[in-house]
Design a protein around this ligand. Structure first.
Ligand SMILES: Cc1ncc(COP(=O)(O)O)c(C=O)c1O
Length: 311
């Protein structure tokens, strides 16, 4: 399986190979390491993965060529949301599809975060690509624990024939299926309004946070497609501008300074996620965005007055 640095595919042994190795341990540009962040992982699991850097189509071509005829699948988050927030650069999704078609590789889109946030057709419809398999979770359940694996019929032939076992205590749970059906009916009924309304609210929040940051000379840089975005606190001297891969993110993100601003926000009643990601949901309204920015203003002022970089 080929996966990308910084992409998260669940906490099981396979999902976190090459997830977020610390600087110094991430291997070369050409050959990213297969490090796993958890102890207790069966070493053989690591050997079944090839890791590539995200958002570098030429590098991806190289990785596939190096492991010719050995790669069964390429798995990816269509918008990387687990280490920063990085949409695919031009040509990235097209290159994955092309390489999969040319080499008989299964293209797996992990839409656990992006699924149904980007409208009824998920990120694949929004960005215009067609994977062979799609992983769905989170929004599909409308608040209940539910996940699904969907895709082209031929991908399921061995499950249907029983050659591949797909059993489970929680499979097809009636309560979760009812909630998911209700949720998806709502999403479909929204039509073109979704995700446009969420994107508009998210962009307002991003612009408001950027304005507060500029007012207080705080190097905070929100980036992402609006309905989800990451506010990166830049390290002293780190250049501003788009962050497109995990290494760049790890080098530029000032985690202690973000933790301080986050604490100030929390004390004003705005709970930002620890890793700096912000989500807009269909429940959010204009009043929520206005209130969040109103509350954020004193938090930014306090952070600017109190923050001292550790010596
Ligand atoms: C892209 C992605 N895939 C899969 C998962 C599922 O992860 P877990 O197994 O930790 O619930 C997540 C959870 O956040 C995710 O963001």
């Amino acid at each position: 399986i080929l996966k990308f640095e910084g992409h998260y595919h669940g906490w099981g042994d396979e999902g976190l190979v090459g997830y977020a190795p610390p600087p110094g341990q991430w291997g070369t540009e050409d050959d990213p390491t297969r490090l796993h962040p958890s102890k207790g992982v069966i070493p053989e699991v690591l050997n079944t993965f090839v890791v590539a850097r995200w958002n570098d189509p030429a590098h991806l071509r190289q990785r596939v060529a190096e492991h010719h005829d050995q790669i069964a699948a390429i798995i990816f988050e269509p918008v990387l949301c687990n280490t920063g927030c990085m949409p695919a650069v031009a040509g990235m999704l097209e290159t994955i599809r092309e390489l999969c078609d040319e080499n008989g590789i299964v293209m797996i889109a992990d839409e656990t975060i992006t699924g149904f946030r980007f409208g009824a057709g998920c990120a694949q419809s929004y960005y215009g690509f067609t994977p062979d398999l799609t992983i769905l979770g989170k929004a599909i359940g409308g608040g209940v624990p539910f996940a699904a694996l969907v895709g082209k019929e031929k991908m399921f032939a061995k499950i249907m024939s029983g050659e591949v076992v797909h059993a489970g205590t929680l499979n097809a749970n009636p309560l979760c299926l009812s909630a998911a059906k209700w949720c998806l009916d709502e999403v479909i009924a929204l039509g073109d309004k979704h995700p446009a309304s969420m994107i508009a609210l998210g962009e307002q929040l991003m612009a408001g946070l950027s304005k507060l940051a500029a007012q207080h000379d705080i190097p905070l840089q929100p980036q992402g497609p609006g309905l989800v975005f990451h506010a990166t606190m830049l390290k002293p001297g780190a250049p501003a501008g788009p962050i497109t891969n995990y290494r760049d993110y790890a080098l530029r993100q000032d985690a202690p300074r973000w933790a301080h601003l986050r604490r100030c926000l929390l004390e004003e009643g705005v709970r930002a996620i620890e890793r700096g990601l912000w989500f807009i949901s269909l429940a959010h309204t204009q009043a929520d965005i206005d209130e969040a920015l109103q509350r954020a203003a004193p938090a930014f002022a306090r952070h600017a007055a109190e923050w001292k970089a550790p010596c």
